[in-house]
Structure formats: structure tokens, C-alpha cells
Design a protein around this ligand. Structure first.
Ligand SMILES: CC(=O)SCCNC(=O)CCNC(=O)[C@H](O)C(C)(C)COP(=O)(O)OP(=O)(O)OC[C@H]1O[C@@H](n2cnc3c(N)ncnc32)[C@H](O)[C@@H]1OP(=O)(O)O
Ligand SMILES: CC(C)C(=O)C(=O)O
Length: 510
């Protein structure tokens, strides 16, 4: 009989530890709903004690998700466990995930605790969490650099204390597949009560081995794999969900004794959603979901694929939900076809949002011969993040050139009033941002600016992403338009509105 592998998605927790990523409650909910549709077994929604915002987000995910377990991470301390339970208690299937480092390096320099103290704390905190919740996961942080005898002992201890899942993280991505597989095999063979629990693994990608290590662990007895969409996560990220799943599926001949419940058709859509909500673009050559993953550039490959796809394609684009659409959408298309396409792309917008998106689609279609799925996604993905538009763009006028100083006149709408400012700058975008800085009534630092074309051709939509710093926190803003200055202004305003939505409008005119 095949072994059922559980997928534990930590995009909303470890994925959010990606530098520069900061997801608000609406964004976490939207991603969680898509993860549920994808079929993940566990959604780690956040770290409830980290901030009031993260607490509310974990709670909201717990309240809304029915078909996946919802977990919150917490340190092995009572107040963290209390807060985690406060947030996940609403879930149909709640889990408390507590962790404590077990390697000599972490115990000595970070925790300043002895082995005995770590053992006692881990057991005590699992017992404490068990008072609240049936399902308790314990992670031995930095397990792959832990003395194995101590690792076996602490695993046995936390299982006796009530843990239902023991997680073996390769916290710093140090292991190799053979080594990590042997570590899991050793745990299976040496921990007396191990058959009572799921063995989980959580692999980081510092040496690019996270997926290989996860699969090696699975072959050697791990039944839960922790991963993130697009491989997001602390430093070089975590094992990528889509690579693990498509690895198992594509190499059914090799991994023939394992099954999972992921609906692979949802992979591409999930990747796009996570990329747009986090502001982290997927590298073009990324396995499975990169823009080039199914592209063929060179003649010999093109000839091969034209003769028989399997010459150079080991999986189909359709298997991850990338479809070639039959119906072309352009300026003569109607609302029915547009709404149908939105549904196919996974967006269930309310009537007002559909109306707004349809208007934007029509004005884009006036400028572009054919509006592609990627254009539509770019147009609507701002809507699902649901940031209140305290400042809206009314109009802008820019002049720039190689012999003149760039200047801008920007009008924004706030509370129904139009406010206007002019400014100069080092280029059209700088001039526009300077004018907006005068209008918004607070200062913030622009940390990053990136521009990419959503589709090919000179009529392509430009997508601008900005990262700004305000009160020691990063905020991402996105904007799309066929005019790159307009896309830049929209991205900046989107970041401004996010700052206000998170920090409150009392920051205006501070
Ligand atoms: C491997 C991982 O990815 S672990 C998850 C990492 N994620 C995060 O840290 C994001 C959320 N974190 C936070 O918001 C904050 O760090 C908090 C709220 C958890 C704690 O904040 P602070 O109280 O300000 O502590 P700070 O983060 O500076 O230091 C961590 C403290 O927790 C202790 N600690 C670290 N891990 C654990 C643990 N698993 N169990 C118990 N204590 C721990 C450290 O030794 C340190 O203790 P000290 O304050 O007595 O020196
Ligand atoms: C807390 C654990 C699961 C973790 O994130 C790690 O060790 O990387």
C-alpha cells in the first residue's frame, strides 16, 4: 500500500520570513484559501505572538479554513503557546507547533541552556500545549547539526509528553541528501515510540539541496514534508512545494510507493498569487513555475518538441494548470467572456470588483491588440489584496528629456478632495515620487524599485514593484499600466496605502 505523504505549507510563516515580505490579514487569508484549494494538509498561518497583526491573521485563517489543519508556530514558552492557542482554537483542525533548538551551537550560544534544561523544557512545553490541543508538533530546531543520541532522546521524550508530529529541520540547509536520509532512517530505527507519530522534515535551501533532502527523507520514513510556494523563506528559502510535488508525480516510477492529495492543476495559480502578494518575483529559470520552465529556445529542442513533446518535456504545462486559452480577449469582448476567464483563473470577485476590473480591461484592450491571462491577472491581483485606497491617483503630468530637468504635477484624491503638488527630480519617476511625498503628509524611504514587462511586445503592461521602509518595517507596493510612469505612481501609492492600512492614518501629517 502507498504511504500517504502530508504536505505542511509554511509560506505564511517561514515564507513570510523572506526579507522584505510582510503579508497583511487579507493577503494571508487569500493565500490560505488558495492553499486549501491546492489541497495542502497543514497551513502554518504565522507566529501568533510575533505581532497583533500576525495574531489576527492566524485567527482569521483558523476561522475560515475547513479542509486543512491550521497551525501557529510558538517558542517553547508558556506565553507563546497561550497566544498560539488563542489564535488557532477556532480552526476545524487546530495545531500548536512549538520548537526548541537542540544543537550544541544553538543551545550554548543562543539559548544559553544545557542539554538537560532543553530536554526538560521541551517535554514540559509539549505537555503544557497538550492541555489545549490534541495535535502538537514539536520541532528540534537545527536537528541536522544535533548530536544524534540527544536527538533520539528528546524525540522520545516529546512523544511521551503528547507530541503527534516530530519535525526534523535542516535549519541552516547544511545536510546532504544521503546524510539527511540516514538521519531519518536512524530516528526510525532508534526511537522506541516513533511509530506513534508522523516524522516531519523542514529543509532550508542554503546549498540548493532542500528539495533533494526532503525527498531523501521521505524515502527513509518521513511522512510530512514542510515546504513553501516558490521556495520562499528565511535566507535562501525553504524546499519548494511545487518542486517536491512535481518530483513525486513526474518520477512515479521511482517514488511509486508514495501518494499525496495536492491538486497539481492549482500549482501555477498558487505560485502567481504568492508572487504577487509577496512582491517576490519568480526567477525565470525556476523549476516548474518559472517563465522559462516550459519554453524552448534552441532549434534542436524546438524541432524535437514539434515532433514529439516528450523529447524535451518531462511534464506538461497543463499538469500545473498552465493552459493555452481558446478564447481571445480583446476590445470587442464582452463581460460574460471576461467574467468566465476570471473564474478560470481562480478569481471569485464580487460584482463591484468585476465591474471595476472589466472597465480596466476595456481601457487596456483599447491600447493592446490582445489581452492575455497574465495581463488580466496583473489587473485583478491588486483587488484581492483589498487595501483601502486612502489616496487615489486622479491625474498626472510629467515632462522629462535629456536636456531638461524632469518635473511632475500630480493630483491625488483623498476623502473626495483633489490635492495637487508639483516637483522636480532626477527623472520622471523620481519627480513623480517627490510630488507624492509632498502630498501624502509623511515620509518613508524607497528601498527598492523594479520594473518588468508582464507580457511580450512594446504594448506590454509594465509591472512596477516598490519596497518602502516606514517605522522599521518594509511595505511592498505594486502597480500595472501600459505606461511605466503611471505603473510607478500606482505602485508608490499602493505602498503608501499599505503603510496607512497597517500603521493607521494618524501617521499622516506627523
Ligand atoms: C528557525 C526559525 O525560523 S524560528 C522562527 C523565527 N521567526 C521569528 O523569529 C519571527 C517571529 N519572532 C518575533 O516576533 C520575536 O522574535 C519574538 C516575539 C518571538 C520574541 O521577541 P523578543 O522577546 O524581542 O526576543 P528576541 O527575538 O530578541 O530573542 C529571542 C529570545 O527567545 C529565545 N528563544 C529562541 N528560540 C526559542 C525557543 N524555541 N523557545 C524558547 N525561547 C527561545 C532566545 O534565546 C531569546 O531569549 P532572551 O530574550 O532571553 O535572550
Ligand atoms: C522552527 C523550525 C521549524 C524552523 O523554521 C527551522 O528550523 O528552520
Amino acid at each position: 500500500m502507498a504511504t500517504r505523504i502530508k504536505i505542511f505549507d509554511t509560506t505564511l510563516r517561514d515564507g513570510e520570513q523572506t526579507p522584505g515580505v510582510n503579508l497583511n490579514i487579507h493577503e494571508k487569508l487569500e493565500i490560505a484559501k488558495q492553499l486549501e484549494k491546492l489541497g495542502v494538509d497543514v497551513i502554518e498561518a504565522g507566529f501568533a505572538i510575533a505581532s497583533p497583526g500576525d495574531f489576527e491573521a492566524v485567527k482569521a485563517v483558523a476561522q475560515s479554513i475547513k479542509n486543512s489543519t491550521v497551525a501557529s508556530l510558538c517558542r517553547a514558552v508558556e506565553k507563546d503557546i497561550d497566544r498560539a492557542w488563542e489564535a488557532v482554537q477556532y480552526a476545524a483542525n487546530p495545531r500548536i507547533h512549538t520548537f526548541l533548538a537542540t544543537s550544541d551551537i544553538h543551545m550554548k550560544y543562543k539559548l544559553k541552556m544545557t542539554e538537560e534544561e532543553v530536554f526538560a523544557r521541551a517535554v514540559e512545553m509539549v505537555k503544557y500545549a497538550k492541555k489545549y490541543c490534541k495535535d502538537i508538533e514539536f520541532s528540534a530546531e537545527d536537528a541536522s547539526r544535533t548530536r544524534v543520541d540527544f536527538l533520539y532522546r528528546i524525540i522520545e521524550g516529546v512523544i511521551n509528553a503528547g507530541a503527534t508530529v516530530v519535525n526534523i529541520p535542516d535549519t541552516v540547509g547544511y545536510s546532504t541528501p544521503e546524510e539527511f536520509g540516514n538521519l531519518i532512517k536512524g530516528i526510525k530505527n532508534n526511537v522506541s515510540n516513533i511509530d506513534k507519530v508522523d516524522i516531519s522534515v523542514h529543509c532550508h535551501n542554503d546549498l540548493g539541496l532542500a528539495v533533494a533532502n526532503s525527498l531523501a527523507a521521505m524515502v527513509n520514513g518521513a511522512t510530512q514534508l514542510e515546504c513553501t510556494v516558490n521556495g520562499l523563506g528565511e535566507r535562501a528559502g525553504n524546499a519548494s512545494m511545487e518542486e517536491i510535488i512535481m518530483g513525486i508525480n513526474t518520477r512515479k516510477d521511482y517514488y511509486n510507493s508514495f501518494e499525496h492529495r495536492i491538486d497539481t492543476i492549482q500549482i501555477y495559480r498558487t505560485s502567481k498569487l504568492v508572487s504577487s502578494m509577496t512582491g517576490i518575483n519568480v526567477q525565470p529559470n525556476k523549476a516548474i513555475v518559472g517563465a522559462n520552465a516550459f519554453a524552448h529556445e534552441s532549434g534542436i529542442h524546438q524541432h524535437g518538441v514539434l515532433s514529439e513533446k516528450s523529447t524535451y518535456e518531462i511534464m506538461t504545462p497543463e499538469s500545473i494548470g498552465l493552459t493555452q486559452n481558446r478564447m481571445v480577449l480583446g476590445k470587442l469582448s464582452g463581460r460574460h467572456a471576461f467574467e468566465e476567464r476570471l473564474k478560470e483563473l481562480g478569481y471569485n470577485l464580487g460584482p463591484d470588483e468585476v465591474q471595476k476590473a472589466f472597465e480596466q480591461f476595456k481601457s487596456l484592450a483599447d491600447k493592446k491588440k490582445e489581452v492575455t491571462d497574465r495581463d488580466i491577472e496583473a489587473l485583478v491581483k491588486d483587488k484581492v489584496s483589498d487595501i483601502p485606497e486612502v489616496f487615489e491617483l486622479e491625474s498626472f503630468q510629467i515632462s522629462s528629456g535629456n536636456k531638461v530637468i524632469a518635473n511632475s504635477v500630480i493630483s491625488l484624491k483623498r476623502n473626495g478632495n483633489i490635492i495637487t503638488e508639483a516637483a522636480t527630480g532626477d527623472g520622471p519617476v523620481d519627480a513623480a515620487f517627490n510630488a507624492m511625498d509632498r502630498l501624502i503628509g509623511f515620509s518613508m524611504e524607497l528601498e527598492e524599485y523594479s520594473l518588468k514587462a508582464v507580457t511580450e511586445g512594446k504594448d506590454a503592461l509594465g509591472e512596477v514593484t516598490v519596497k518602502v521602509l516606514k517605522n522599521d518595517r518594509f511595505f511592498i507596493g505594486r502597480g500595472v499600466s501600459t505606461d511605466i510612469v503611471e505603473a510607478s505612481i500606482k505602485a508608490y501609492l499602493n505602498a503608501v496605502n499599505r503603510v496607512i492600512s497597517e500603521l493607521g492614518d494618524s501617521i499622516i501629517n506627523q
